[in-house]
Design a protein around this ligand. Structure first.
Ligand code: BGC
Length: 267
C-alpha cells in the first residue's frame, strides 16, 4: 500500500487562495501533478503552479467557474489533455455572501448555493464519469478515484446571518454521503473535510484584530486558529491509499469547534 499520492493526477478547485492553495501544494509535495483551478486572480494561480513545479511536479492553471456546467466539463477536458486522466478531485471552491435573513437577496442565496453546492456536484459528477471510464489501475491506487468535498463545521453548526452558506454546507454533507453510497461499489471513494476557523481571506474579520481573534478562540477548545496546512495534510491523507477504507466520512479539522465548547463550563 502506497503512503503518498505519487504519480497521481489531481484537480483542486479554487486553488489560487486559502485552503485550496495549500491543498494543491501539499498534493504536489506528496507526488501528484495538479490542475490549479481558479475563477479570478490568474496571477495567484500562476504562483501556485510555480510552487508545484518547485516541488518537482507538473502543474497547470485552468480558469473555470465551477457553477457553470460547460466550464466544469472544459476543466476536466483540460486536465485529461494535460495529464491523461484524473485520480483525485478536491471540490474546494466556495464563498460566503453573508446577510441577515430579512436582508438577504435571492441573488445572494443563489450565488452561494450555485458555487458551494451545485459547483461541487458538477465537479463530482465529472470526476465520477472519468473514474468509471478508467476504472482501477492497481499500480496507481487501490481506488478508481477519490473525491474530497470541502465542507465546513457549518454542515453541523447553525450560523445566524449565514443561512445561505450553512444551507450549502449542510447540502454538501448529504450530497457527499449519497454519492459515496452510490459509487463505493465501483471503488470510488467520496469523503469530506469540515474545516473550522482556518486563517484564510474568507474569514479575515474573525482573526485580523486581537479582539476578534480572542472572541474566536472562545469557540476553539484547542486554543489556536487553524492554518490552511492543517486542512491540506488531511486532504493528502484522504486522497492516498492510507485512507483506503474511509468511505463517506466527514473528517472535522476544527480544533474541537464542533465539541460545543460553550458547555464546558455550563449546562
Ligand atoms: C467559514 C469561516 C468561519 C468558519 C468557522 C468556515 O466554514 O467559511 O468564515 O470562520 O467556518 O465558523
Amino acid at each position: 500500500m502506497r503512503s503518498s499520492v505519487d504519480g497521481q493526477k489531481a484537480i483542486v478547485t479554487g486553488a489560487n487562495s486559502g485552503i485550496g492553495r495549500a491543498v494543491a501544494i501539499a498534493l504536489a509535495r506528496a507526488g501528484a501533478d495538479v490542475v490549479v483551478n481558479y475563477v479570478d486572480r490568474a496571477e495567484a494561480a500562476d504562483d501556485v503552479v510555480a510552487e508545484i513545479r518547485a516541488a518537482g511536479r507538473n502543474g497547470i492553471a485552468v480558469h473555470a467557474d465551477v457553477a457553470d456546467e460547460g466550464e466544469v466539463a472544459a476543466l476536466f477536458a483540460a486536465a485529461r489533455a494535460a495529464f491523461g486522466t484524473v485520480d483525485i478531485v478536491v471540490a474546494n471552491a466556495g464563498l460566503q455572501d453573508d446577510a441577515p435573513a430579512a436582508a438577504m437577496t435571492l441573488a445572494q442565496w443563489h450565488r452561494v448555493m450555485d458555487v458551494n453546492l451545485t459547483g461541487q456536484f458538477l465537479c463530482a459528477r465529472e470526476a465520477i464519469r472519468e473514474f468509471l471510464r478508467r476504472g482501477v489501475v492497481a499500480s496507481v491506487s487501490a481506488a478508481a478515484g477519490k473525491i474530497i468535498c470541502m465542507s465546513s463545521v457549518h454542515q453541523t453548526i447553525p450560523w445566524a446571518g449565514h443561512a445561505n452558506y450553512a444551507a450549502s454546507k449542510g447540502g454538501i454533507r448529504m450530497m457527499m454521503e449519497s454519492l459515496a453510497q452510490e459509487v463505493a461499489p465501483r471503488r470510488i471513494r467520496v469523503n469530506a473535510i469540515a474545516p473550522g476557523a482556518i486563517r484564510t481571506p474568507i474569514n479575515r474579520p474573525a482573526w485580523e484584530t486581537s479582539e476578534a481573534l480572542s472572541r474566536l478562540l472562545q469557540l476553539i477548545p484547542y486554543g489556536r486558529i487553524g492554518e490552511p496546512e492543517d486542512v491540506a495534510r488531511a486532504a493528502v491523507w484522504l486522497a492516498s491509499d492510507e485512507s483506503d477504507y474511509v468511505v463517506g466520512t466527514t473528517l472535522y479539522v476544527d480544533g474541537g469547534m464542533t465539541l460545543f465548547p460553550g458547555f464546558s463550563t455550563n449546562g
